[in-house]
Design a protein around this ligand. Structure first.
Ligand SMILES: Cc1ncc(COP(=O)(O)O)c(C=O)c1O
Length: 388
């Protein structure tokens, strides 16, 4: 977390500890004022109005509210839904759940560069389609979907458009009006904010989106998400997004330079591939496949100096190849041989050089000394954890 975010949050744990829904006393008013200001900052960040922001515990909950909330509110209009095979599990799993309830879901494929084919999307929309979910930025390969074009198609066909912008908020410009977005999931912790706080943008005009609440109780957030608001987290979320917007352009350039530096060093090795579109991607994301190297062995080689991820869904005993890389058309062997570098605000050129050096040395020594089979055998008893 950015220290400036922590600083903004701290007074709301102790000094201003009231419940923002307690409007009968000064403690409540102070907290309410802070929440109001945060809501305005977040609304401004995406060109929405404050009433259109519903605070949640993060993007997972926002996705669940958007997808299940629309399905429940519009099922009499239609029971067909559309999403994409490379979405985060916080989108895919609610859709799979809806299938068990009798909804029909189209999981669109992607092209080898990770982008969806807009003609295919247009063809998939039917009169009974009620919702389309396509993420802004992919969490594994950083690819940026053409959300403005997708929103235009959805609105022309009068289908609601939901997008998961967890990886995008504060990093690239987002405008719910210009992009025709009806529902947008946000989270704080990908933009140097605290974990456990996010929001769902819910359009109130042209069209007004109806949602069935998924968490009921005290009626907070206009009845769409009950539960006492977590003031310090909300303040931190807004501060993180404000800082992200302030530095968006310069930071994006800085991250791009670092990523290019890392990739130009690594790509000197033979049989190494960049995953996802080369330019239409988040500046801080580098996802590569290294032929003849098991990514778990490579992770282990890098562990002393850097926290990277294989970009695959793991349990402690079983490493499954990434569903995103498989959707790009990679064979399983290449999907297993992949690694994701996330470069951030606080990384330096010296760190990038150190990582490049260590990665090259590890890859060369793994390729020299072992076959992939024996690399795997070596690792079979080691638990590996991963962040999706
Ligand atoms: C694209 C995407 N969607 C959803 C999530 C889940 O967000 P949260 O951890 O805030 O629930 C994440 C991150 O973990 C993500 O990268």
């Amino acid at each position: 977390m950015d220290e400036r975010v922590l600083e903004a949050m701290l007074p709301y744990f102790t000094e201003y500890f009231g419940n923002p829904s307690s409007i009968g006393h000064v403690y409540g008013w102070e907290a309410e004022a802070a929440v109001k200001q945060a809501r305005q900052i977040l609304a401004d960040a995406i060109n929405a109005t404050p009433e259109e922001i519903v605070f949640t515990s993060g993007a997972t909950e926002a996705n669940n509210l958007a997808i299940k909330g629309v399905a429940e509110a519009y099922f009499s209009k239609g029971r067909h839904l559309i999403t994409v095979q490379t979405e985060h599990r916080a989108v895919l799993d609610p859709y799979r759940y809806l299938e068990t309830l009798g909804f029909e879901v189209t999981f669109l494929p992607v092209q080898p560069d990770g982008l969806i084919d807009l003609t295919q999307l247009e063809k998939a929309i039917r009169p009974e389609t009620i919702l389309v979910s396509v993420m802004v930025a992919n969490n594994e390969i950083g690819v940026l979907q053409p959300v403005a074009e997708i929103g235009e198609i959805c609105h022309r066909q009068q289908v609601l458009f939901h997008t998961d912008a967890a990886q995008a908020i504060g990093k690239i410009p987002l405008d719910v009006q210009a992009m025709n977005i009806d529902l947008m999931s946000l989270t704080a912790h990908k933009v140097y904010g605290p974990k456990g706080i996010g929001a769902l943008y819910v359009r109130r005009r042209n069209p007004r989106v109806r949602l069935a609440p998924q968490i009921q109780g005290g009626g907070q957030e206009r009845g769409l998400r009950s539960g006492t608001l977590y003031t310090p987290q909300i303040v931190g979320f807004a501060k993180a997004v404000a800082l992200g917007l302030e530095a968006q352009e310069s930071e994006s350039q800085q991250l791009l330079q670092l990523r290019e530096r890392l990739w130009s060093a690594l790509s000197q090795l033979p049989n190494i591939h960049l995953n996802g579109h080369p330019t239409q991607r988040l500046s801080g994301n580098l996802n590569i496949s290294v032929e003849d190297v098991d990514s778990s062995a490579l992770l282990l080689g890098l562990q002393p100096i850097v926290a990277v991820s294989s970009g695959s869904a793991c349990s402690s005993t079983n490493v499954a190849p990434s569903h995103v890389l498989l959707a790009l058309g990679h064979p399983e062997s290449l999907a297993y041989a992949s690694i994701r570098f996330g470069i951030g605000r606080f990384n330096t050129v010296a760190e990038i050089d150190q990582v490049a050096q260590q990665a090259i040395a590890t890859i060369e020594s793994l390729r020299q000394s072992q076959t992939v089979g024996s690399q795997k055998a070596l690792l079979s008893n080691r638990p590996i954890t991963n962040d999706q």
